[in-house]
Every structure is written in structure tokens, then in C-alpha cells.
Design a protein around this ligand. Structure first.
Ligand code: ATP
Length: 458
């Protein structure tokens, strides 16, 4: 069974070096987390799987890495300055501030009081100052979504690659939102990463493509190990839709705290490219630059040549941190073994595992064992599969338990039979491979190890 309780995951993450509270030394910064040595590997593996499935496996999807700092004008014309708000209330008794749609029975979560102020909009974008002078014109935003970097580079991509519709631009990067009530570990945070695609299509072809992307994304999440029964789709009602969307289907996952959004797949129509087309024309007028017919139609495609139009866009937007939490939730298992001992095991898909294999010499003080184990470690490391760990606790049982908990799919033990060369010993020149989920052990010749591991990770 997957994790039932968020505390189990938080505790494992801290104990084993996946995720830490940011600034813990000074009491912690709320809603901000750091990824430790294992967390960064897991997160990178999830990103790489997304990039491979979307960018490398689709000739018509291109990558991008746009800046986090963004001009005020971008978020003025995108509509975020006026609409990227949550309705919030203040508790008159304890002075805490809450998102109104998060409260149960209109009660303060801290003191239970129902003496709350009227809801007021609260803009969630972080402002910062660019340059040495602090005034109204020096403000910039930390982007609240990566998408705008794609829209504002649309013309650059058209000019440099001349892609034909339909085509997409994919990006993974940080986004920042001043969430009023960050909660549930890395589920709702103030600094997070998104994996987004803006997939441009002809108007009129948007609805079938929207459906197609919902299917593709659901299939991808399942390939990351999320089970069908813990995933569900939810179409947003008119009152939930973002200002830019005609329709949005959320992919919900059953986190320990309940079914919640993992990814949103939105039909953003021609809203953003249209707004920026208008926006840049207005900026040009204000700056007294002559505006001609071409300059107001910049963010368009021509199909057929000479016929300009603004494409529609379908946006699958996934939260990377929520993805990490979902994968950890699903993989977490506490098992009772035949001798009544308990073991915690992270049944991660091998491609996501932070450590691909652990090489364990039977004894840590035996030079011949250590040397052979090191040689094997380096030969496997060179395969480029990811991190291969060298484990020299000198305690095989302890090493297995640790690697079960961090999700290492294979442990390879080097013992005296590995060093042995006599033909009478049928175990001569073999290592023991222990498989994480079944705990089954088998011996294979060292000479076949590379092929075995390559096949396992293919
Ligand atoms: P929610 O309704 O949960 O606040 P949202 O609908 O505002 O999310 P989107 O704007 O659609 O979220 O962002 C796309 C994805 O980015 C979400 O599906 C989610 O995975 C991720 N995301 C959004 N806000 C956060 C956050 N505060 N912390 C972590 N991930 C987030």
C-alpha cells in the first residue's frame, strides 16, 4: 500500500537526505524547501523523463529556458497583475490570514474563530527591484508561471526555426507564488518548478488537441509509476477557470491529504499571444514608434502564406514538486517480513531511482574485496545510467535496509567467491545481485554484470 500519511514521507525525506526545510538553521522559511543529495537525483530523473517523452520523442516540440526575472509589462498585458489573485480573509481574533476557499465552515484554521474580515483579493506575484534605483519603474516580477517566457519568445522561435503548426515549446523551470497558506510539505509552496508545454494549433483544432494532451499526460504519469486508481480527471467549472482559459482539465492524484491537482491541461485559446500582440503595439504607440500593420500582427503564423492568424494554444502544466511528492507517495511501502520484522521500501520505477545500484564489499577492511568492489563500481558508473553507490558500512543487512528505504533497485555484493578463481567452486568469479522489491538474490558472473545492468535499465 502507498503512504497513508504525509508525516511518514516527510520523516523519510529528512532522515535519508531527500528534502529539507529551507533555512532550517534559522527556524525555516515557510513554504520553501531544499532538495538534498537524493532528492536532487530523483527530481532530475523526473525532469529527464519528462524532457525525453516530450521534447526528444516529438520532432515538433522544441525546448526553451527563459528567464525567471520578468518585466512588469509582461504580467500587465498577460492579465496577471489584475487577475492573479486569491481571495483572502483575516481572522480578527488571532490576526492570521487565510485563503477563503481553503477554510472549512468559514472558521479560522488557527483559533477556530468565525470572526473573519470580508474576502479581499491578494496578488500572489513576488516583486523585486532590478538595478540600483528603487522606484516604480525598477520593479520586476519573479515569474509565477513559466508559460509567459514561451509566449514572449514566440516570435524568436518563429523567426529562427520556422516551425509549422501544430508545434510546441517545452520548458522546465522555477516559478514563484506568494501563497497565503503554503501547506502539505512540497505540495503547496512559494518556490516551485513547473514542467510546461505550450502547444500551438490552428483555431478549430484546439478541442481535439486538448483531449489528446489530457490522454498523453495521464499516460506519462502512469509510466512514472502512479497507479490508475489514484489518478482522476476533473474538468474545471466556469467559476474555477483562469482568466486566460476556455477549458481546463485537471489531473488529480490521491496524495496522503486527498485527491488534489498534479497537473492542469488548459485550452488558453489565443488569449496570451493576442494580449501580447496588442500590448507591444500599445507600448510602441506610447513610445511614439510608428505602428504599421505588420507590427500589430507580430505574434502570428501564416498558413497558407499571406494569411496571418494567432494560433490557439493547449497548455499541459505540471508541478515538478507535486510530481516528486506523488511518486514518493506511491512508492512508499511498509512491509512486514516473514520474521515479523518491518521494512520500509521505496518501490520507485528504476529510471527514477536516485541510486541505480549499490556495490557492497562483504568486508570494508579487506583490500582485495575493496579493490574489486571499486573496480566494479567504476565500470558501472561509466555506463552513464546515473549514480552508482559504493557502500562500505561493512554490514550487509544494514546496507540492504538503507537502500530499500531510498529505492535503490539493485544491490551487488562482492564476497570471497567473487575473488575466487578455482574451477571446482561453481560460485567462483560471481557476485550476488539482490533485487529491491522481491528481495530475491541470485549469483551472476562478474563478466556478465555490465550486460545485466544495461538490460535492466533499457
Ligand atoms: P492550485 O489550484 O493547486 O493552486 P493552480 O491551478 O493555481 O493550482 P496552475 O496555475 O494550473 O496551478 O499551475 C500548474 C501546476 O503548477 C499545478 O498543477 C501544480 O502542479 C503546480 N503548482 C501551482 N502552484 C503550486 C504551488 N504553490 N506549489 C507547488 N506546485 C504548484
Amino acid at each position: 500500500m502507498a503512504a497513508q500519511n504525509l508525516e511518514e514521507i516527510i520523516s523519510l525525506c529528512k532522515r535519508r537526505g531527500f528534502i529539507f526545510q529551507s533555512g532550517e538553521l534559522y527556524g525555516g522559511l515557510q513554504g520553501v524547501y531544499d532538495y538534498g543529495p537524493l532528492g536532487v537525483e530523483l527530481k532530475n530523473n523526473l525532469k529527464a523523463a519528462w524532457w525525453k517523452a516530450n521534447v526528444y520523442e516529438n520532432d515538433n516540440i522544441y525546448g526553451l529556458d527563459s528567464s525567471i526575472l520578468a518585466q512588469k509589462k509582461i504580467f500587465f498585458y498577460s492579465g496577471h497583475e489584475t487577475t492573479f489573485c486569491d481571495q483572502m480573509v483575516d481572522c480578527r481574533k488571532c490576526k492570521k490570514r487565510w485563503r477563503v476557499d481553503h477554510l472549512v465552515d468559514a472558521r479560522c484554521e488557527h483559533c477556530g474563530s468565525q470572526d473573519l474580515t470580508e474576502p479581499k483579493p491578494f496578488n500572489m506575484m513576488f516583486k523585486t527591484i532590478v538595478g540600483p534605483v528603487e522606484d516604480q519603474d525598477s520593479y520586476a516580477y519573479l515569474r509565477p508561471e513559466t508559460a509567459q517566457g514561451i509566449f514572449t519568445n514566440f516570435k524568436n522561435i518563429m523567426d529562427s526555426l520556422s516551425p509549422k503548426l501544430p508545434f510546441g515549446v517545452a520548458q522546465i523551470g522555477k516559478a514563484f507564488r506568494n501563497e497565503i497558506t503554503p501547506r502539505n510539505f512540497i505540495f503547496r509552496v512559494r518556490e516551485f518548478e513547473q514542467m510546461e508545454i505550450e502547444f500551438f494549433v490552428k483555431p478549430g483544432e484546439d478541442e481535439p488537441w486538448h483531449q489528446e494532451w489530457v490522454e498523453r499526460r495521464l499516460t506519462w504519469w502512469k509510466a512514472q509509476g502512479l497507479s490508475e486508481k489514484r489518478l482522476t480527471l476533473s474538468a474545471q467549472g466556469p467559476e474555477e477557470l483562469a482568466h486566460y482559459a476556455k477549458a481546463t482539465v485537471d489531473i488529480l492524484y490521491q496524495f496522503p491529504h486527498g485527491f488534489e491537482e498534479l497537473e492542469g491541461v488548459a485550452n488558453r485559446t489565443d488569449y496570451d499571444l493576442g494580449s501580447h500582440t496588442q500590448g507591444q503595439a500599445q507600448v510602441a504607440i506610447q513610445a511614439n514608434v510608428a505602428v504599421n500593420k505588420d507590427s500589430v500582427h507580430k505574434l502570428t503564423v501564416q498558413d497558407p502564406p499571406g494569411k496571418h492568424f494567432i494560433p490557439y494554444v493547449i497548455e499541459p502544466s505540471a508541478g515538478l514538486d507535486r510530481g516528486v511528492l506523488a511518486v514518493l507517495t506511491e512508492a512508499f511501502h511498509e512491509e512486514t517480513l516473514s520474521d515479523d520484522r518491518k521494512r520500509i521500501v521505496l518501490k520507485l520505477k528504476p529510471h527514477l531511482a536516485p541510486i541505480k545500484a549499490a556495490i557492497i564489499p562483504l568486508k570494508r577492511n579487506e583490500p582485495a574485496l575493496v579493490e574489486t568492489a571499486q573496480t566494479i563500481k567504476h565500470s558501472l558508473q561509466r555506463l552513464g545510467l546515473g549514480r552508482i553507490a559504493y557502500e562500505d558500512t561493512g554490514n550487509i543487512g544494514k546496507s540492504y535496509r538503507r537502500h530499500d528505504e531510498i529505492g535503490t533497485p539493485l544491490c551487488i555484493t562482492i564476497d570471497y567467491d567473487t575473488l575466487c578463481t578455482t574451477e571446482e567452486n561453481e560460485k567462483s568469479g560471481t557476485v550476488t545481485i539482490r533485487e529491491r522489491d522481491s528481495m530475491a538474490q541470485k549469483r551472476i558472473p562478474v563478466s556478465e554484470l555490465i550486460e545485466y545492468i544495461q538490460r535492466f535499465y533499457r
